[in-house]
Design a protein around this ligand. Structure first.
Ligand code: AOS
Ligand code: ZN
Ligand code: ZN
Length: 388
């Protein structure tokens, strides 16, 4: 039997980080549909993130993207966040939007471009020092479009050289999370295409380098929970960029496309103890809201992660182990499915009430009048990323 108070305690301790770029206007390469009331400044993005925390109670940090969230004084920005009840989370670097990066950033054949990219990454660590952030999240768009375009092996050497320089610059309490992505924007080779490449580099770098799993970055049909189980077991899972996808890197709300997959992933997290704060797994969202309201989209996403986690925590571990050990294939599967099929919404509503929150975060947010206020106050909101 599962101990419900232990489940609640674990849910109370699990923190989910929202990304600053989810609050601004974003879309596809075909059209960005602007929405009223979107933030005009990094401070306003923090204000919105604080609302997500206010109504869910489990989203106390917001990730920044540099230079999209460029300010003169990052320590002051961190203070601003604290005053609003949240803190600055991961610093996301950006070595993909400048003209110079057409043929790559840290893997570019031109040493001058590589130097520029590396300087940006090092600047991100300076920012971490100022904000007190623990994690530097590295995603490289680097790759090639045509066979023969550049030397695959040389590009790995250049990548490692840059990673090592960044690694050496990290403080004792800082770490780097290396994200992989199968393809896009490069269509033939990508320099960090999969978890194996990321893992191998992180292993060589040392304990402060870990892999981040963006759930939208795999080939269709990939068993993501296996990757999670493996990395966690090896102490190399640094965190998640949660989102969901139907086709490629869709960046839709996590848990929207395939709640069962999210449950399977969270089961492996729980199985490996990754839900405990001491495991230092960063549960981050990486989403772009194109047609849905931004703040509500983030609240819903946080709730979706919580629901999947609650179900994972409800798996009757003893019964499952017994069925597994006795070779009871269907019995084991039934234990697993029982947890997935449990309606955990009443449990989460109860937990929120115990935390002094409204049991229905979306309804509470809607009733708060915050949206109407930002629509009236904010004129000329910015685009989340490209073109900002
Ligand atoms: C890009 O596909 C990656 O998912 C990045 O983690 C992230 O979306 C980017 O840094 C924000 O644009
Ligand atoms: Zn990502
Ligand atoms: Zn992505």
């Amino acid at each position: 039997m599962t101990d419900i108070s232990a489940v609640k305690e674990a849910l109370r301790r699990q923190h989910i980080e929202t990304p600053s770029w989810a609050y601004g206007n974003s879309g596809t390469r075909f059209k960005v549909f602007p929405q009223p009331g979107v933030p005009r400044t990094p401070q306003e993005k923090i204000d919105d993130a604080a609302q997500v925390h206010r109504f869910t109670g489990v989203a106390p940090s917001v990730a920044l993207h540099i230079p999209w969230d460029k300010v003169d004084d990052y320590a002051a920005l961190a203070e601003y966040a604290e005053e609003r009840g949240v803190r600055i989370g991961a610093i996301n670097s950006n070595v993909f939007q400048d003209e110079d990066y057409k043929l790559g950033s840290v893997t570019n054949p031109d040493p001058a471009v590589r130097k520029k990219a590396l300087n940006h990454l090092l600047e991100c660590v300076d920012i971490m020092d100022a904000t007190g952030s623990r994690d530097l999240k590295l995603w490289f768009s680097d790759g090639t479009n045509y066979p023969g375009q550049d030397d695959i092996r040389d590009r790995q050497d250049r990548l490692f050289e840059a990673l090592q320089a960044v690694y050496e610059r990290l403080g004792d309490d800082q770490r780097m999370l290396l994200e992989y992505k199968l393809f896009e924007p490069a269509f033939y080779t990508t320099d960090v295409p999969d978890w194996g490449t990321s893992y191998a580099h992180c292993l060589k770098l040392g304990p402060k380098a870990q892999v981040v799993v963006d759930t939208g970055h795999h080939a269709p049909g990939t068993n993501i929970e296996f990757i999670v189980a493996f990395l966690l077991r090896e102490g190399k899972l640094g965190g998640f960029d949660f989102n969901s996808r139907f086709y490629a890197d869709d960046d839709l709300m996590v848990g929207a496309a395939d709640p069962f997959q999210l449950f399977r992933i969270m089961y492996e997290v729980v199985r490996g103890g990754g839900h405990e704060p001491e495991a230092n797994i960063a549960f981050m969202l990486d989403q772009c809201h194109n047609i849905e309201p931004k703040i509500q989209g983030q609240i819903r996403s946080v709730m979706n992660v919580q629901e999947a986690t609650a179900k994972a925590l409800l798996v009757d571990a003893e019964a499952l182990r017994e069925a597994q050990r006795s070779g009871d294939v269907l019995g084991a599967n039934a234990v697993f499915m029982d947890a997935f099929n449990t309606d955990v919404r009443p449990l989460l509503a109860e937990l929120r009430e115990e935390m002094g929150l409204h049991p229905d975060p979306i309804a509470a947010y809607k009733a708060s009048g915050y949206y109407e206020r930002i629509v009236a106050e904010r004129v000329g909101g910015t685009q989340a990323g490209w073109g900002a």
